[in-house]
Design a protein around this ligand. Structure first.
Ligand code: ADP
Length: 225
């Protein structure tokens, strides 16, 4: 039995392994994230933050070590099972919002539901609307995503990340493209979601941003302290 919702043990990740330009991007990383935590992972550019996020999200896999999520061993899963894990358990928010600008806000939030397996308890539209309401942007539902502000775009991205009811929200520099006032508003959205029980992992190079989290761990040169 592995306790903690997310448990990484002795995780190592290399790029270009056994080549002259080999990069040891994560070095014996140990990390336990309990259910309901709001964790900040802070470190300078090149420290290994995105690499760590990709492994947590099941986008990439470690070269050694283990990853457990709610007692399920994620390391070693087949690509098909890893993709199912990613779709069901992980919500991702990125710096550049990654919205389809020609789609409406509602259509963007519905996208992950199109990949969901099995029967959905409600219609896709109803589920997506509930997420927009949760973030307080239901009035934007019919707007073109290319015609709203940066802060609104990031709210849409957060609603989209929530639509499959994931076990964890992973945010990679979610305020990197926003001014300081809007950044604070977006951080408050994450805080509120966390207050309602969502587990949040926020990756940033800015200590100030990480300061919004309940616990902060530091990473530098692939070593997590
Ligand atoms: P951060 O997100 O903290 O800026 P990254 O995880 O992106 O750091 O990168 C960690 C290290 O791994 C850096 O030295 C980076 O250049 C290297 N790296 C990242 N991705 C790749 C890749 N696909 N191929 C080779 N090296 C990479």
């Amino acid at each position: 039995m592995v306790t903690g919702m997310i448990v990484l043990r002795q995780v190592n990740k290399y790029y270009d392994k056994n080549k002259p330009n080999e990069m040891h991007a994560l070095k014996d990383v140990n990390l336990t994230i309990p259910d309901g935590e709001m964790l900040g992972i802070v470190g300078p550019s090149g420290a290994g933050k995105s690499t760590l996020l990709h492994i947590l999200a099941g986008i990439d896999t470690a070269d050694s070590g283990s990853y457990h999520f709610n007692n399920t061993k994620i390391s070693g899963l087949s690509p098909r099972k890893l993709s199912a894990f990613r779709n069901k358990q992980v919500g991702i928010v990125l710096q550049d919002f990654s919205l389809v600008e020609e789609y409406t806000v509602l259509q963007n939030v519905m996208i992950p539901l199109c990949f969901a397996k099995g029967r959905l308890p409600k219609s896709k539209k109803e589920t997506a609307m509930e997420c927009l309401e949760l973030i307080g942007i239901q009035d934007l539902a019919g707007k073109a995503s290319g015609k709203i502000s940066g802060g609104q775009k990031q709210r849409v991205a957060i609603a989209r990340a929530l639509v499959n009811s994931p076990g964890v929200l992973l945010a990679d520099e979610p305020t990197g493209a926003l001014d300081s006032k809007t950044s604070e508003e977006i951080l408050r959205v994450f805080l509120e979601l966390n207050a309602h029980g969502h587990t949040v992992v926020l990756i940033t190079h800015e200590q100030k941003i990480a300061g919004y989290c309940h616990r902060v761990v530091r990473i530098s040169d692939g070593v997590l302290e």
